[in-house]
Design a protein around this ligand. Structure first.
Ligand SMILES: NC(=O)c1ccc[n+]([C@@H]2O[C@H](COP(=O)([O-])OP(=O)(O)OC[C@H]3O[C@@H](n4cnc5c(N)ncnc54)[C@H](OP(=O)(O)O)[C@@H]3O)[C@@H](O)[C@H]2O)c1
Length: 280
């Protein structure tokens, strides 16, 4: 049985985070909600304010740099920026050689992570920002050397941050990145447009925001609870000659759907390019 499935003693480090920013904070919050002892979690981060915030608000152990306690960790979560990884790997690889490595770093491929850490036991994830409010979506890929128990333990660790989905080929994480990774920004963009339109039509910004947010929340809940596909749900509210029909006809004639699909392909392509760049 591996680390994240066991109840650690209060003095032994069970799981370590390299980088203690937003993503690490979201995962740590979930681990604590699952009942893990804060003293079993070590966070390494060079930023004093970051360490203070983590130890004050979450009670975890913190350190500014290399620390012998790292070698106790059976799971190491990599949550630094991708461009910071190479240098960090040189610093921490020896101390974390026996651990299962879990990376949330965007773009960095597991081959490169494994090479720079000299271990094949790597799970790579693509989370998104709604993880900060427990509504995230995480794409997961495990290298073949990762056991079934370890995969389950990682899925368990991610559970409090939202949903997760495993992909069998690592290249599919580029599509996950284009969809759920960058996806919150598309939703925010769409909400911005709705609020702008609301103001053009004489409503206040606050009214537009409330209407747009409630519509997004309500429509996505309806779509996730309905047995109808999104297309059928759309058709059900689009009477010929009606208001929704007028809006959708305008969107279609301006190629919005085609452009949206192309935009996501651009994001997928960029994810691949970043993987090449960061892996060098
Ligand atoms: N936030 C998201 O929505 C999101 C979504 C998907 C994936 N990710 C991925 O998650 C990772 C973390 O993102 P984040 O938003 O949490 O980043 P962040 O807030 O910038 O946190 C990263 C932290 O790691 C610290 N750090 C830098 N080098 C280090 C080292 N050698 N050892 C230990 N700590 C070090 C940074 O310090 P400095 O400030 O001094 O550099 C910073 O405090 C990124 O790779 C990102 O691609 C994030």
């Amino acid at each position: 049985m591996i680390s994240v499935m066991t109840t650690p003693s209060t003095h032994t480090i069970d799981i370590a985070f390299i980088g203690g920013g937003n993503m690490a904070t979201a995962i740590i919050g979930g681990l604590l909600r699952q009942g893990r002892a804060p003293s079993s979690i070590l966070v390494i981060d060079p930023v004093a304010d970051q360490r203070q915030r983590l130890s004050d608000s979450l009670g975890v152990q913190t350190q500014a740099g290399p620390d012998e306690r790292l070698s106790q960790a059976r799971t190491v979560v990599w949550a630094v920026k991708p461009q910071q990884f190479k240098e960090a790997a040189q610093t921490y690889a020896k101390l974390t050689a026996g651990a299962l490595h879990y990376s949330v770093m965007a773009g960095l491929r597991s081959d490169d992570i494994a090479r720079l850490l000299s271990t094949p036991r790597v799970v790579r994830a693509m989370p998104n920002t709604p993880a900060l409010v427990g509504q995230g979506m995480t794409g997961l890929y495990a290298r073949p050397e990762v056991s079934t128990d370890e995969r389950q333990a990682i899925a368990h660790m991610v559970e409090p941050t939202g949903q997760s989905v495993w992909v069998n080929q690592e290249a599919d994480l580029d599509a996950v990145t284009a969809l759920s990774g960058s996806g919150p920004a598309y939703v925010f963009y769409f909400i911005e447009a709705m609020v702008q339109a609301a103001q053009d039509m004489g409503l206040s910004e606050a009214q537009g925001r409330q209407l747009a947010l409630a519509t997004f929340g309500g429509a996505t809940t309806l779509a996730s609870q309905s047995s109808d596909s999104p297309s059928v749900l759309r058709e059900k509210v689009t009477s010929k000659g009606g208001t929704t029909h007028a809006a959708l006809t305008h969107l279609e004639s301006n190629g919005v759907k085609t452009s949206f699909v192309a935009a996501m392909r651009a994001a997928q392509h960029r994810a691949g390019e970043l993987g090449d760049e960061f892996g060098r």
